[in-house]
Design a binder for this molecule. Structure first.
Ligand SMILES: Nc1ncnc2c1ncn2[C@@H]1O[C@H](COP(=O)(O)OP(=O)(O)OP(=O)(O)O)[C@@H](O)[C@H]1O
Length: 567
């Protein structure tokens, strides 16, 4: 830092020294003082030194900016990790903010440093010039700098308007980028081709771009008009200063060298003042960005950690007491749900699409807090539990499970990072999830990179799903949660995995969400949800005997299997 400061002072004063020397060269020629060539040598030396400082300055600035950018990104990652719930993440405003901040993080910290450097350098030059010019006419630097003030004001106002425009255009900009990703990404490549979506996506991209562009264009044009009058004022002051100097020289009060000095000095002052004002404008814009960033980093999470977290009771019973939930958007997903699951039970959750099964799981993991009622774990309200400790007790496969472009071993070991290198345990989890054969087939075993993102091995849909199951099993947790763990598996694999599960889950609590009722029979107990309410609760045989919702679902599936000649 101190090296950079020294560089800035040198870079700020050297051009002024060159101007002062050029006066000596001219006066030496005109008035016949000491050998003007000596002064020319001094002038060249100063210019060379200034030129040599450039590469140093660029290197130091680059290093500083890299570190700063990484620091901002790491703060954003950390903040995202601190948001224990999903509510904020599912809020579009959060993504608008994040988009602005992430885009900004790539360039703003770097620009902040560049602008600070330029501003400091220009300020040093301006100070030195003011002293130099002030020696001949004290009023001159004052008039010139005062004339630069309206220019500074208009530039700062422009920067503010342009930043507000960027933030305001964020939803459209995000939608624009989304269309770009759909058109170009691997995830949607097959459907984009089959449905012939390229032109349609491009058109929607273009329309959103048009809106974003129009907003920015308005701001840029306004900025252009507003800067004309301040610019004219500044040049008027420069013209007056030079006119006065030429007249004083004509009257013999100043030497020709001083005229050259003032001429160069004004040109330099104008460049430095304009540079300083531009930097100031940008710095103001950056400060808005950082204000935005800090507000974002300080925003309170919706799922708040308890003031005095309570430890997780061992082998806890799970109880829902009159639990209701409305999503932040206003959609009610659960209402008056009550049930108890003693420790060690295997419970299946069934119900039609949208009945609220996944929502119930999200509440159990405290990704959201219930809108009404409470969830008890071993008799303690979930909101009072040490959340990290509770989540450590749960192994889960989500409907939207992750396919990580890491190695096979890492894909499993993520669930318990402390045992990431425990090859034996990783292999056991893979075998339990039915991936023993895949493990044997992959060339580097556990160290085989997976996923296409970095050129790793690709797995089939069912294999990825088993990998998610292996991950959940690897965490030796007291509670296993499986949300549609077998949707991508064939019937035989599904049956085997389910039986294995029930076996592996013995001695711990398991909650299974599935639409395949044939597998559900193996559960100790079945909860049936319908439109957010718990409508039935019992064993397979009890619920069949009831001839209610479950019996109806069962009959429909049995018919389908019969029609298909299965079962
Ligand atoms: N993040 C969300 N924001 C708003 N509403 C949501 C959200 N997630 C789900 N919902 C709504 O809540 C209701 C319950 O959804 P949930 O995912 O719990 O159903 P499900 O029983 O798991 O369905 P499926 O069998 O299709 O997976 C649905 O009507 C759904 O539209």
């Amino acid at each position: 830092m101190s090296l950079l400061a020294l560089l800035l002072v040198l870079q700020g004063t050297l051009p002024v020294a060159a101007i002062a020397i050029s006066r000596r060269v001219v006066d030496g020629l005109v008035e016949g003082g000491p050998d003007p060539l000596l002064w020319v040598g001094a002038w060249a030396g100063v210019q060379l030194l200034g030129g040599l400082l450039g590469p140093f300055d660029r290197m130091l600035r680059g290093e500083l900016a890299d570190r700063f950018t990484a620091a901002v990104n790491l703060r954003l990652i950390k903040k995202s990790g601190e948001l224990a719930g999903l509510g904020v993440l599912e809020d579009p405003a959060y993504h608008d903010d994040l988009e602005v901040l992430r885009q900004g993080a790539r360039s703003y910290p770097l620009n902040l440093i560049v602008n600070l450097v330029f501003l400091t350098r220009d300020a040093v030059t301006l100070g030195a010039l003011a002293l130099l010019l002030g020696a001949y006419a004290p009023w001159m630097p004052l008039v010139l700098l005062a004339a630069a003030l309206p220019l500074a004001r208009s530039l700062v106002a422009q920067r503010e308007a342009s930043y507000r425009a960027v933030v305001g255009a964020s939803p459209d900009a995000r939608a624009m980028n989304y269309h770009g990703r759909v058109a170009l990404g691997l995830e949607h490549a097959a459907e984009v081709r089959l449905w012939n979506l390229t032109d349609w996506l491009a058109d929607r991209y273009r329309r959103r771009f048009g809106r974003v562009f129009a907003r920015m264009q308005r701001v840029r044009r306004e900025a252009l008009w507003r800067s004309l009058a301040p610019l004219a004022l500044f040049y008027l002051a420069a013209g007056l200063s030079l006119g006065w100097t030429v007249q004083a020289a004509a009257a013999g009060a100043l030497s020709v060298g001083v005229v050259v000095l003032v001429l160069q000095g004004i040109a330099r002052l104008q460049a430095s003042a304009q540079g300083a004002v531009e930097s100031l404008g940008y710095l103001f814009e950056r400060s808005l960005f950082f204000g935005h960033l800090f507000r974002f980093l300080e925003a309170a999470p919706r799922v708040r950690p308890p003031a005095r977290p309570r430890p997780v009771p061992e082998r806890p019973e799970i109880a829902f007491e009159d639990v209701g939930f409305v999503y932040p958007g206003g959609r009610r997903a659960l209402e008056g749900v009550s049930f108890r699951v003693p420790y060690g039970q295997t419970v299946a959750l069934v119900g039609e699409n949208g009945a609220g099964k996944t929502t119930l799981i999200k509440l159990l993991l405290r990704f959201y807090d219930p809108s009404e009622g409470r969830i008890l774990v071993g008799g303690v309200d979930l909101r009072e539990l040490d959340l990290a400790a509770w989540r450590r007790e749960v192994g889960a496969v989500f409907q939207r499970f992750g396919r990580y472009a890491f190695t096979l071993g890492e894909n499993v070991g993520l669930a318990d990072l402390a045992r990431l290198d425990d090859a034996e345990a990783l292999e056991a989890a893979l075998r339990n999830a039915g991936l023993g054969e895949v493990l044997g087939r992959l060339p580097q075993g556990l160290d085989t990179p997976l996923g296409r993102a970095f050129g790793g091995r690709e797995l089939s849909g069912g294999e990825w799903q088993r990998l998610a199951i292996a991950r959940a099993l690897f965490r030796e947790a007291e509670v296993l949660v499986l949300d549609e763990p077998t949707a991508a598996l064939d019937a035989r694999a599904e049956h085997r995995i389910f039986s294995d599960f029930v076996r592996l889950a013995r001695g711990r609590t398991a909650l299974l969400v599935t639409h395949r009722l044939a597998s559900v029979r193996e559960a100790d107990r079945i909860l049936v949800l319908k439109a957010g309410r718990l409508v039935e609760d019992g064993t397979h045989d009890e619920l069949l005997a009831k001839s209610g919702e479950y019996a109806e679902l069962w009959r429909l599936q049995a018919e389908r299997y019969k029609d298909a000649g299965v079962g």
